[in-house]
Design a binder for this molecule. Structure first.
Ligand SMILES: Cc1ncc(COP(=O)(O)O)c(C=O)c1O
Length: 420
């Protein structure tokens, strides 16, 4: 393995610093997933880490490597997510002043968590409408006072800290005498999987390491295709931890050289897994934390009979997002359907629609129209929750008979985001 990647000594040192600080999170066999995929699936439960994500590891190690003199000038970061919590927790533990820049749009709950972990050592500065604006402000401050910027993923020490996730995984596997055939984990900016690969490829070269990105922000896939990191023109921020427009330069070098596959999974599939994990095993995974599980479907045939590890990288799932998560899952699975229809504006039309178009177990979840007496018919947005998604082809035939000019809103993302 090239020495431009992390050395065994760098990883060992990072783990020796982190060992007394981080939780050695469990590597648990999940019986439901193991049965579903006919293999042994082990979950690395970083949702149970302090601050509920692996992000503490890299942040703590990177800050711990600053010199005494650097530490007197405090640290600065810009983040609206788990990295901010990792930095805040570290600064409280090490009693270092930190300024954490967050966009003004950051949900209150996240601001409160950062402030809670950081106590008096952390000042949260709300500035800018977007992450980029708060990042620019944080860098300007950093340069002005000579403070230390702690990046979320593009930093060698930080990556060495994230490698400790893999150290624990392979130590535990060795203790149990298990060979790991596949290891799945999320890619945002690429720090986590750079660290994981650095250790995994050294101690277990046969383990296939798969990075997983959300379809709405597949910046590592795009970088691999282009041969260098590049900025995506648009990203879907739904999988917030892993929605990064441009991957880091160091992570790109590490990942492009070592990864076995980078998979892209739809946000709806991630939502289904979040719900399944909660319902079956009471595991609260945030969207980025569930990416690794959502990737299994594609690997179904390859993993049969093997030992597989999925990193549940975080569990900071805001309860107020559950409704959206359920909706996205139902749409993705094909149960929730939306149509734009031309509806006759006369008494009894809705009753006819229900009896002629719906199956007995189907439910109307949305019906929006404005009655205009001057017209014979008008557009209606109607949501139908199917009892059995396999009845969709029959439903479509009946919808077409009702209005031949019907529009399937699910198939038009722009219309969907406008109307639903
Ligand atoms: C829960 C969770 N998973 C995965 C990631 C992606 O990590 P990285 O940016 O190091 O690739 C993040 C990043 O914030 C995260 O918070």
């Amino acid at each position: 393995m090239s020495e431009s990647f992390l050395t065994a000594e760098e990883i060992r040192h990072a783990y020796s610093v982190l060992r007394p600080v981080v939780k050695r999170t469990p590597l648990q066999k999940d019986i439901y997933l193991s049965e579903e995929y006919q293999c042994n699936i082990f979950l690395k439960r970083e949702d149970l880490q302090h601050v509920r994500s692996f992000k503490l590891r890299g942040a703590y190690y990177a800050i711990s490597q600053l010199t005494e003199e650097e530490l007197t000038r405090g640290v600065v970061t810009a983040s609206a997510g788990n990295h901010a919590q990792g930095v805040a927790y570290t600064c409280y533990k090490l009693q270092i002043p930190a300024k954490i820049y967050m966009p003004v749009t950051t949900p209150r709950q996240k601001i409160d968590q950062v402030q809670y972990f950081g106590g008096d050592y952390v000042e949260v500065i709300l500035t800018g409408d977007t992450f980029d604006e708060s990042y620019t402000a944080s860098m300007a401050y950093c340069q002005e006072v000579g403070s230390n910027y702690i990046p979320p993923f593009d930093d060698r020490d930080l990556i060495a800290g994230q490698a400790s996730v893999a150290v624990e995984i392979f130590n535990k596997a060795e203790e149990r005498g298990d060979e790991i055939a596949y290891l799945f984990g999320a890619i945002g900016g690429g720090g986590l999987m750079s660290g994981v690969l650095s250790h995994s490829k050294r101690v277990s070269p046969h383990t296939k390491v798969i990075g997983v990105e959300p379809a709405g922000a597949a910046s590592m896939k795009a970088a691999l295709e282009a041969g260098h990191p590049l900025e995506l023109s648009e990203i879907d921020k739904f999988v917030d931890g892993a929605s990064v427009g441009r991957v880091g330069d160091i992570p790109f070098d590490f990942i492009s050289a070592m990864i076995d596959d980078v998979m892209v999974v739809p946000e709806g599939a991630v939502c289904t897994k979040i719900i399944d994990m909660y319902n079956r095993s009471a595991i609260v995974a945030e969207p980025a934390g569930a990416l690794s599980i959502a990737a299994l479907e594609e690997y179904r045939d390859k993993i049969i009979g093997k030992n597989v590890v999925c990193i549940i990288s975080g569990g900071n799932n805001d309860i107020t997002r559950m409704q959206e998560i359920e909706e996205r899952s139902l749409v993705y699975e094909g149960y929730q359907q939306y149509f734009l229809l031309n509806f006759p504006q006369r008494a009894g039309a809705l009753k006819e629609f229900v009896s002629d178009v719906l199956s007995p177990g189907d439910d109307i979840t949305l019906f929006e129209y404005v009655k205009r007496n001057s017209r014979d018919s008008g557009p209606v947005v109607v949501g139908i929750l199917l009892e059995d998604k396999n009845t969709y082809p029959d439903l479509i035939k009946r919808v077409a008979a009702f209005d031949p000019k019907y529009v399937e809103i699910n198939k038009n993302p722009m219309l969907y985001s406008l109307l639903i």
